[in-house]
Every structure is written in structure tokens, then in C-alpha cells.
Design a protein around this ligand. Structure first.
Ligand SMILES: [Zn+2]
Length: 94
């Protein structure tokens, strides 16, 4: 199990699933910026992956709970490209 995976922490588990299925990625220049890069297939793959990751007590997260959290994280993510990089490229500051 990867060191950055915390299966009892819903937000971190979902973030891990989204990143490992390439539904989202952290900007290489801004580690606080998560960018939505995947398509619907990647996002549903992330849900399936998250459903299979057991918590420390051996149970798994409820699919609806995971789906809600995935939706929340995708909603919070930047769409397609990092807004900070875009601003820097346009010379409006980083
Ligand atoms: Zn960036």
C-alpha cells in the first residue's frame, strides 16, 4: 500500500484514486493546484478503484459516499489546465 494512501480518510482516498487513474493531476509547478485532466471513463475508473480499497478495519467505503466526494473534488479542481500557470503565461502574475 502506498505511503500516501490513507484509506480511512475519505478525502485523501478519493484524491489518491483520482490521481492514480489520471482523472486529476497535481500541477507540477503548483502543488496546491489540482487539475482535472481525465474524461468520464477516467472518473468512473477512479470510483471503481476507490470502491476496492479497504479501510483499516477491512470494510470499504459506500459507493454513494465515494461518488459524492469524487464529485466534490472534481468540482473544486481546475478544468484542463492550471489557472496559476495560465496567469503566468499571460503575464498577469503567478
Ligand atoms: Zn501551475
Amino acid at each position: 500500500m502506498p505511503a500516501d494512501l490513507h484509506p480511512d480518510d475519505l478525502a485523501r482516498l478519493v484524491r489518491y484514486a483520482l490521481e492514480t487513474t489520471r482523472a486529476t493531476a497535481v500541477c507540477p509547478f503548483h502543488e496546491d493546484v489540482i487539475v482535472r485532466i481525465g474524461d468520464d471513463a477516467a472518473e468512473s475508473h477512479a470510483l471503481e478503484r476507490a470502491k476496492r480499497i479497504p479501510k483499516s478495519d477491512g470494510s470499504t467505503w459506500d459507493g454513494q459516499t465515494l461518488n459524492d466526494e469524487i464529485g466534490r473534488q472534481l468540482g473544486a479542481a481546475a478544468d484542463g489546465c492550471c489557472p496559476k500557470c495560465q496567469a503566468a503565461a499571460q503575464g498577469t502574475g503567478a
